[in-house]
Design a protein around this ligand. Structure first.
Ligand SMILES: Nc1ncnc2c1ncn2[C@@H]1O[C@H](COP(=O)(O)OP(=O)(O)O)[C@@H](O)[C@H]1O
Ligand SMILES: [Mg+2]
Length: 427
């Protein structure tokens, strides 16, 4: 290890001699992180590249400093930094930490250790476990692939870490970034035209924090997609057949909200099934794609049936995907899906695959079904079939549309119709 190079890197990432970029506040995440570490759990921050994880780490640091913590008690290090390639395993990590401990000013306090993109260091979980078991430091780790919580990590940190998923901006956060704050219902009514204009922008370009206030959104989304593919899919998964991976990824992104069958994809794209399976796993690990399992007519999970695919951000789906007709309906559905993931967790979301029709999203909680959502640009009777089947189970179902609201009577029951943007702001 080159000590001077490392010290330079440490100075660059930390608040010791200068401020770091903290951007617009994302307080919900910051609060969550602080509450996790203050009870001596490791906070594991996981989310697609450029969702804003590193910035949230800086926000946490800033909050701590504002509350009186010495900046030298906070140790932030980002392993994407090329100067840190010599830190490869857990021994190197201990050495790095020793260097930090030497330059710390106070010795009677507990340091805060932020390890960003830590999944690059083999066996890091051993280092973290030793810090947390001895209550020697508060620890936050972050990463942009599910490798952050792989099997080794889960074993080593069992019962000691809490996973915090970070997503691109929710519509509420998006409006914050635009400087539009909504304090109450009157604000919502008075500012409706503005909100709707912003909603159209959000629908087309999504919520990646680095994009929303830029005027070159398409270019930025293209480069962001490139970045995710090259670093978090191709390199991280050691993929050699890059062209095939690209074709497959593009296929999925162009098919958001559609049912997909790996066997058919394999045939259609002429990629061997095993390769399709492996590459699909890599795309999921990079938190770029999500797959949703169906519930059968008797509401049991059909884990081997056709899944539906969604993208982590509707802006990516719109700009990257190829579409024959501009398809705001599927962007709307994609956007609702990601919001449901934020609210309920991806493991609780299914679609209903009935005998005659489908319902887009069904939320399961433990063993019961909580509610269902049918998403449609315009309300129309075609969307009723699946809903009718679900009604016999007495599951509250809401229609989410672009611009209609009210109620509709189906089989003698009254169902709510909501505008998506109002629903997004309703919690
Ligand atoms: N809270 C924020 N306010 C303003 N811009 C942000 C914010 N969070 C992220 N960004 C922008 O998005 C880019 C990517 O954010 P970053 O925190 O580096 O993401 P990640 O660590 O998840 O890859 C940043 O360079 C910045 O331009
Ligand atoms: Mg980062």
């Amino acid at each position: 290890m080159n000590r001077e190079l490392i010290l330079k890197a440490l100075i660059d990432w930390n608040f010791w001699y200068k401020n770091q970029f903290t951007g617009y506040p994302r307080d919900d995440y910051v609060k969550k992180v602080l509450s996790v570490i203050s009870s001596w759990y490791v906070a594991s921050i996981l989310g697609v590249k450029r969702a804003g994880k590193s910035t949230i780490l800086n926000q946490v640091a800033k909050k701590l400093i504002e509350s009186g913590i010495d900046p030298f008690d906070i140790f932030i290090i980002n392993f994407e930094d090329g100067r840190l390639t010599s830190v490869q395993n857990v021994e190197d990590l201990f050495k790095l930490y020793e260097i930090y401990l030497e330059i710390r000013r106070r010795k009677d306090t507990k340091p805060y250790v932020f390890l960003d993109e830590i999944q690059r260091v083999n066996g890091w979980e051993g280092f973290v476990r030793s810090l947390i078991d001895r209550k020697e430091a508060f620890v936050i780790v972050s990463g942009s692939t599910s490798d952050l919580i792989n099997e080794n990590v889960r074993k080593k940190l069992a019962g000691r870490h809490v996973i915090i998923n970070v997503y691109p901006l929710s519509f509420k956060e998006f409006l914050d970034f635009k400087g539009l704050s909504l304090r109450n219902e009157t604000d919502l009514i008075a500012k409706e035209p503005e909100i709707k204009a912003y909603f159209n922008e959000y629908l087309s370009y999504g919520g990646f924090p680095g994009i929303v206030n830029s005027n070159v959104k398409e270019q930025l989304l293209l480069s962001l997609y490139e970045d995710i593919l090259t670093k978090d899919v191709i390199a991280s998964c050691k993929i050699k057949e890059v062209d095939k991976l690209r074709i497959l990824s593009l296929y999925y992104i162009s098919n958001t909200g559609n049912r997909v069958k790996l066997r058919n994809i394999s045939r259609q794209l002429q990629i061997p099934l095993r390769t399709v399976q492996r590459f699909t796993q890599c795309l999921i690990r990079a938190k770029l794609l999500y797959f949703v399992n169906p519930l059968s007519p008797n509401l049991s999970i059909m884990s081997r049936a056709e899944r539906k695919v969604y993208v982590v951000d509707q802006g990516l789906a719109n700009v990257i995907g190829y579409r024959l007709n501009s398809n705001f309906g599927s962007l709307l559905e994609n956007l609702v899906f990601i919001e449901l993931v934020r609210r309920y967790g991806e493991e609780n979301i299914f679609y209903y695959r009935g005998k005659k029709g489908e319902v887009d999203f069904v939320i399961k909680e433990r063993n019961s079904v909580r509610e269902a959502y049918q998403v449609t640009y315009y309300l129309n009777e075609r969307e009723y079939k699946g809903v009718k089947e679900l009604l016999k189970w007495d599951i509250p179902t809401i229609f989410l549309t672009f611009d209609e609201e009210g109620e509709v009577k189906i089989n003698g029951k009254s169902l709510k119709i909501m505008k998506v943007w109002k629903w997004l702001l309703s919690v």
